[in-house]
Design a protein around this ligand. Sequence first.
Ligand SMILES: Nc1ncnc2c1ncn2[C@@H]1O[C@H](COP(=O)(O)OP(=O)(O)O)[C@@H](O)[C@H]1O
Ligand SMILES: [Mg+2]
Length: 292
Amino acid sequence: MFMGDENLRGAGEKILMTPEQMEILVKCSQDIFEFVKYFYICTPKGFEPMPLRDYQERMIRGLMCDIPEKPHRIVMVGRQAGKTTIATLILTWWALFNKDKSIFMLAQVKGQALEALSRIRDAYQKLPMWMQQGVVKWSSDTIELENGCKLRASANVRGKTIDYLFIDEYAHIPNKEAEAFNSSTLPALASRPDARMIIVSTPLGMNHFYDMWQKSINNQNNILPIKIQWYDIPGRDEAWKKQMIALTSEKQFAQEFECLDGDTEVEVCDDNGFEKKMSLKELYELEMIQNT
Ligand SMILES: Nc1ncnc2c1ncn2[C@@H]1O[C@H](COP(=O)(O)OP(=O)(O)O)[C@@H](O)[C@H]1O
Ligand SMILES: [Mg+2]
């Protein structure tokens, strides 16, 4: 055990495995959909192995498939879709079944990255001991494993060497941080053939996430775009949409749930209650004018 924690395998700790366990371990290392059967998350029913939803399965397939000319991925998906949960699953799988990799979880603020890492710690402690790698370091922002993989959570990756990077809610990362990332970390990462980057976000106006998404859908980079629709998520139908618009606004719904791009026309009510069509771009511009 690691530092008296009986749920963690210590570095150098030998564990006898049955042939069945060996077989499972090999399968899990080759297939994340086998591994997910052992990956616990907190659901309304309590802690249980993650019951993958159809769209989450599609999302993972899109994220994990091997396309040499498009090694990186960008996913546009509405709010509360289980994005961070997918991140924790993928990061844990990367860390367990690789060797000597530097793996980062980048989020808008450090607290968010740490919260994701704490979910990873909970899931890791629930893995069977024979599936775990021995733990070398176990702190609030770092998990270091005996296979040489280091998993770190951060709000800033400047100057770091990174093999695998997961960026959660990229659109919400402050502009300054995103610019620094785009000018230094991204080119270094993109130039390494075996590095991987996954960006997942809800859109937030026409900012750096929007730009990267546009470049990806126009085939101007080596990032494969993936979009998950709001109605893919169970329980979200027209009635739910109406309710959400009443709680927020057409624009907010179009942006945060429908993930529409700037040229898409949406129907909005003007101050006099008349419905009219406007592009999302015009709406953003209008909002910027109103806010200045
Ligand atoms: N497949 C799933 N089944 C059950 N609960 C899930 C599933 N995926 C995510 N959750 C739960 O839904 C909640 C929100 O997930 P989260 O990943 O934080 O969403 P997001 O990052 O998109 O806002 C969390 O409590 C998480 O454990
Ligand atoms: Mg999240």
